[in-house]
Design a protein. Structure first.
Length: 210
């Protein structure tokens, strides 16, 4: 996949699926590294071969093969008019993004039980739910070997489900470098939308250490 110099410029755009894959775990693979690089940018990055090689640290053929893989998986688009990049502090942006991530209440906490932002919870509820999220992180870490190696479950997110198996309250674990965050969503999640990408971009720019 190459862009001719006479074509209308295109830009790298991480999709919601790409943002989710980038933060799904801390495993170090080339595709995740590329997505994190793109999400950490505070300006639009044009799709140019030289820039792609710089982002990936790979030879030209390998760099384009990696991009082809990202596009085929639906993790990256190459639009002419990419979505605006979120600007502002995390404190300013969370009240805008969080309510758009689920049909019900939403909360973002770190793995120490600190509530970074929330929508719809009473203050006491938010503090208690953030603490419960930290307990779930600890629970998962204690049983990770059983879940991953023996039972074959690679995910690290949990949910309270109703009688038909639909999530009533979901706890989505997000990895940003060595930091872990819990996104707590009530009802139907909307992680397949641009606000999720914007939230991940803000968190990555704030907390990712290269």
């Amino acid at each position: 996949m190459n862009q001719d110099q006479n074509e209308t410029p295109r830009y790298f755009q991480v999709t919601p699926s790409g943002a989710y894959y980038a933060t799904l775990s801390t495993s170090n693979d080339a595709l995740r590294a590329l997505l994190l690089q793109l999400l950490s940018a505070d300006t639009h990055i044009p799709y140019l071969g030289a820039l792609l090689q710089k982002l990936t640290g790979l030879p030209e053929a390998d760099a384009h093969a990696l991009l082809d893989k990202a596009v085929q998986h639906g993790f990256v688009d190459l639009p002419e008019n990419p979505e605006p990049i979120a600007s502002g502090t995390i404190e300013q942006l969370l009240p805008e993004y969080l309510p758009r991530l689920a049909d019900g209440r939403v909360l973002l906490a770190d793995d120490q039980g600190f509530c970074l932002g929330q929508s719809g919870f009473d203050p006491d509820e938010a503090e208690a739910v953030a603490g419960m999220a930290a307990d779930l992180v600890s629970l998962h870490e204690r049983h990770q070997s059983l879940l991953a190696r023996h039972l074959g479950f690679d995910g690290s997110s949990w949910a309270l489900v109703d009688a038909v198996g639909q999530s009533e309250l979901g706890f989505w674990t997000l990895h940003v470098g060595e930091q872990k965050f819990l996104l707590i969503l009530e009802g139907m999640p909307h992680l397949n939308r641009q606000p999720f990408v914007d939230l991940m971009s803000v968190l990555i720019r704030r907390y990712l250490d290269y």
